[in-house]
Design a protein around this ligand. Structure first.
Ligand SMILES: *Cc1c(COP(=O)(O)O)cnc(C)c1O
Length: 386
């Protein structure tokens, strides 16, 4: 069941534009894997995968076996699926049977993969995720000998597809030294494995930020998340990219826009508070409209009294607190507003644009989090243009 109080639109043209940009940046060599964890960063896996496949994409990266199942269920082109995070031991046989590739980031998972693959008489397709300095996931150096032995002994049931790592914050220059150390470490490990006869064909490390800012990390495959959706990993990444070029126009276009409809309109006399408590006082007679979108739909309460919405091609303010299912806007300057009129929460109307990025009221809020928190039950629809 989906909620019908608002709709998220995905623009085919915007995605096409972003994919073209990504290919231009990374060059011809690497395969592009689209990272679609977190319900495709909130864009909605069910809608997003067929759209990306229509535009020629055939490789998707997810966090877990659960997400791999979601992608498989809506893929119509037999695309490759790669799990970068969690594989529940009890789902290992499903993963192997469906030829889903997955990161091996500790001994336990390697052992379990081998055991399951032997039982099934089918090869497990693995990527060795090595520890290079992020200190989160990745094969521990102290297990190196044992890993090598297991790989050598179990060649018949293992297809070692990849060697990979992940960077600890390639979107910020303050991590520059650490990232460089990770790159060096990765090269060393690649050589070390090769000396033991292990030469995975697909070496990969780059996320969006690394793909843009550290060309040497592109290798055979890039794992592209945030920029496919039209957002920069950080302002820094954008500025450093644009600094080197003549054309200062942002090459990315956000895919997503968000619309709803006016639920009701009413007049409020001067001197009255609007909504819960006393967070908004009508200093003069006002006309207000109610929009059936609130924090349960991903419109954060932080935006109370502090964001705007587009209606009739004009920008109007959200007044009072954002409620669980409702928000209130000031339409005093647009007397012709009626129940049922379209409102744009995010996107373009007339000469105005509201971006998800403008929701980042607190300095630390990430586009990543804002997007990923969009609820699954808002309907998603594909449109041709932004
Ligand atoms: C999320 C993720 C990515 C993609 O990151 P972006 O910054 O969105 O490009 C790449 N690799 C791994 C392991 C990830 O978890």
């Amino acid at each position: 069941m989906v909620q019908q109080t608002s709709t998220l639109y995905l623009s085919r043209e915007a995605l096409q534009n972003n994919l073209k940009f990504i290919r231009k940046v990374v060059g011809k060599r690497p395969q592009i894997s689209l990272v679609v964890k977190g319900n495709a960063y909130g864009h909605g896996i069910e809608t997003y995968i067929p759209l990306a496949e229509e535009l020629g994409m055939r490789h998707f990266s997810v966090f877990s076996d659960y997400e791999a199942k979601q992608v498989q269920a809506c893929s119509t082109k037999n695309s490759k699926i790669m799990i970068m995070g969690m594989v529940d031991n009890k789902n290992m046989s499903w993963v192997i049977r469906n030829e889903i590739e997955f990161f091996v980031s500790d001994l336990d998972r390697l052992q379990h993969a081998i055991k399951t693959a032997r039982r099934m008489k089918k090869k497990a397709k693995i990527h060795l995720e090595v520890e290079t300095g992020m200190n989160r996931t990745g094969l521990d150096p102290k297990d190196f000998e044992e890993v090598v032995q297991l790989l050598q002994k179990n060649k018949s049931v293992l297809d070692v597809v990849g060697l990979c790592t992940h960077f600890a914050g390639a979107e910020s220059i303050s991590n520059y030294y650490r990232i460089h150390r990770q790159i060096k470490k990765f090269k060393k490990l690649e050589i070390l494995f090769a000396e033991h006869g292990i030469t995975p064909p697909v070496k990969h490390a780059a996320c969006s930020a690394a793909s843009v800012s550290y060309p040497q990390t592109r290798m055979d495959l890039v794992r592209i998340g945030i920029i496919q959706y039209g957002f920069w990993p950080s302002d820094e990444t954008f500025i450093s990219y644009i600094n080197d070029r003549k054309n200062k126009k942002n090459p990315l276009t956000p895919i997503l826009s968000w619309e709803s409809k006016i639920m009701s309109v009413k007049d409020v006399p001067a001197g009255e508070f609007v909504g819960y408590g006393d967070s908004f006082l009508a200093n003069e007679p006002m006309r207000i409209a109610v929009v059936p979108v609130g924090y349960t739909n991903g419109y954060s309460r932080i935006l109370s009294n502090d964001s705007s919405i587009l209606v009739h091609g004009k920008r109007v303010g959200v007044i009072g607190a954002v409620n669980m299912n409702l928000l209130i806007i000031d339409v005093s300057q647009i007397p012709e507003v009626r129940k049922g009129d379209k409102v744009v929460l995010v996107g373009q109307q007339g000469e105005h644009t509201i971006s998800f990025a403008s929701f980042r009221k607190q300095k630390d809020a990430l586009n990543y989090e804002l997007l990923a928190r969009l609820p699954e039950n808002i309907p998603r629809k594909i449109i041709d243009y932004v």
